[in-house]
Write a protein that binds this ligand. Structure first.
Ligand SMILES: [Zn+2]
Length: 546
């Protein structure tokens, strides 16, 4: 990308929101008594990467959040879900694919942010400017989204900045212009070429309300003007808190701010005023009083305590395993290593048959890789657990394979002779996961439900909390680990429209899941809750349903 072409467009972008904003005022004023039915509207505001508790603990300092959740007279109904588990991995792309489908990653096909497909010998990454990759996978697999379900019942949906748009009637997306501008602002503000959170979020809300260049018809004002209606389900994905948390400004870094301090600061400075703007616009559009808001997040955040070098893993293996460098293609390679974060995924080929779809041999392929990895003190220093993939019914080396993963007890193994018997003895059932994994059951389920046969790695290194394989030393914080800071978020279901369905204030004490979003939304809209989902509906048993 060159700097020049989007600098010119930047100027155009500055002018458009002003014109469109003025037009929105006109359109809203000129649309008399648009349909206000008994059925509520759903607005999902996704605060990308917001940690559990950030809103709850600082609600007093967030007047617009307080108004939205509790009402101006502190008498509104709400339902609070303080403990919501994300899917594994707690990374944006797989997490939102699961959240808006109600299905675990292995069923959406979006199993991670980047993975290796053993059948096609291809590394698949989900990062793209055009943001169509998730939709393509969902389409190919015939996976339905919240928006497909909405459409089936004759309702309409719109999304702003969300990458999952399959089935949505109107979807506003970012593009290279947008990210170019956001990066310029980021560079000016912090000296790093990273998109600026505030800019990103402000433009997202503007896009939602009035559209950005050429997309007015997909914005709330456009839909209202052209279709004379307000969509039934609206999603606004605000990426800013994720960007801000990865790369907080210098002053916060210098005082070694905690993630809570960083995210509370952002909530106060950026999100609360934006929420105020949104409330005002929805009131003006005449739908605020019928709206139920979901305030949600798809993963949490952890401050990086130590950047672990990717090279440790490559260097450990490259003596014995051919890696895909230079002339060596993936299909010729013996091992393919993912970039990783708090976990590191290693795919191994069966070096006897030379086929990627054949399970690698336990003793002849996996053991040497494990040995090389554990010989490296840099890897050991950050390692918490190590898990090894099983191939039930496909591989028989004298040890039964019934599950999908073994826990490899590397501490005991390191204190042994490390012969074949020691290695086989160290392959333990996954439910013996150490106490260092507090969310043990959840992690076991998450690991079992993440991959497909084609996409599963053979070795997964699970680091200690705060230890990330991350090349960018400027990155202050990250997510994707198996610890509660990344895996536990909180949801609010609130807004003036809620009391017509669930009155009173409720706290859901049971742990919910981001997979529960689709069941909850469909339930509140009075639609049939789709069958066969991995999520359930925690609102179902709440007393006070009207
Ligand atoms: Zn992120």
């Amino acid at each position: 990308m060159t700097v020049k072409w989007w600098l010119t467009d930047r100027c155009r972008l500055c002018v458009m929101p002003i014109i469109l904003g003025a037009f929105l005022g006109f359109v809203i004023a000129a649309t008399p008594g648009h349909a206000v039915g008994a059925e509520p509207k759903i607005v999902i505001i996704e605060f990308h990467g917001m940690k559990k508790g950030v809103l709850d603990e600082s609600l007093e300092g967030l007047p617009h959040f307080r108004e939205l959740i509790k009402g101006p007279g502190n008498d509104h109904a709400y339902t609070y879900l303080p403990d919501v588990l994300t899917t594994i991995p707690a990374a944006s792309v797989p997490a939102i694919a699961s959240m808006y489908t109600g299905l675990y990653p292995q069923r959406t096909g979006v199993v991670s942010t980047i993975w290796f497909n053993r059948r096609r010998h291809k590394v698949r990454t989900m990062i793209s400017y055009f943001q169509q990759r998730i939709n393509r996978i969902l389409e190919k697999k015939g996976v339905e989204t919240l928006f497909d379900y909405t459409k089936k019942t004759g309702r309409q949906s719109m999304t702003s900045m969300l990458m999952v748009t399959k089935g949505a009637d109107w979807s506003l997306k970012s593009g290279a212009f947008f990210w170019g501008n956001a990066s310029v602002v980021g560079f000016v503000r912090s000296g790093i070429w990273i998109p600026d959170g505030k800019y990103t979020d402000e433009k997202t809300v503007s896009a939602f309300l009035t559209g950005h260049v050429l997309s007015y018809n997909k914005s709330l004002a456009g839909v209202l003007e052209k279709q004379h209606r307000i969509p039934d389900v609206m999603v606004i994905q605000l990426l800013g808190i994720d960007l801000f948390s990865h790369y907080p400004p210098r002053d916060l870094r210098e005082k070694n701010a905690s993630m809570e301090e960083i995210q509370r600061y952002y909530a106060q400075e950026v999100l609360d005023p934006l929420l105020g703007r949104l409330i005002r616009a929805l009131k003006k559009a005449g739908c605020y009083d019928d709206t139920i808001f979901f305030l949600i997040s798809e993963h949490g955040f952890t401050k990086i305590e130590k950047h672990v070098s990717d090279k440790f893993v490559d260097r450990s293996l490259q003596g014995e395993f051919k890696l895909p460098y230079g002339e060596t293609t993936n299909s010729q390679a013996d091992a393919v290593i993912m970039p990783g974060a708090c976990t590191k995924e290693i795919y191994l080929k069966n070096r006897l048959t030379g086929k990627w779809m054949d399970p690698p041999r336990l003793l002849a392929d996996i053991k040497p890789a494990v040995d090389h990895l554990l010989d490296n003190p840099g890897i050991r220093d950050s390692l918490n657990c190590l898990v090894i993939r099983q191939y039930p019914g496909e591989r028989n080396e004298g040890i039964a394979e019934h599950d999908l993963w073994w826990l490899f007890d590397w501490n005991i193994y390191m204190n042994s002779e490390r012969d074949d018997d020691d290695y086989l003895r160290a392959l333990r059932p996954l439910n013996e996961l150490s106490d260092q994994i507090t969310l043990k059951k959840y992690v076991i389920r998450g690991l079992e439900c993440q991959y497909t046969r084609e996409t599963a790695p053979d070795i997964k290194l699970i680091n200690k909390k705060g230890r990330y394989y991350e090349r960018d030393l400027n990155k202050y914080a990250h997510h994707g680990s198996y610890y509660p800071d990344d895996n536990m978020v909180s949801f609010w279901v609130a807004g003036p429209g809620l009391s017509s369905i669930i009155s009173g204030r409720h706290v859901v004490t049971e742990t919910a899941s981001t997979l529960d979003l689709v069941p909850m939304v469909t339930y509140l809209l009075g639609m049939p809750v789709p069958e066969g989902l991995d999520g359930t509906n925690p609102l179902r048993d709440i007393q006070g349903r009207n």
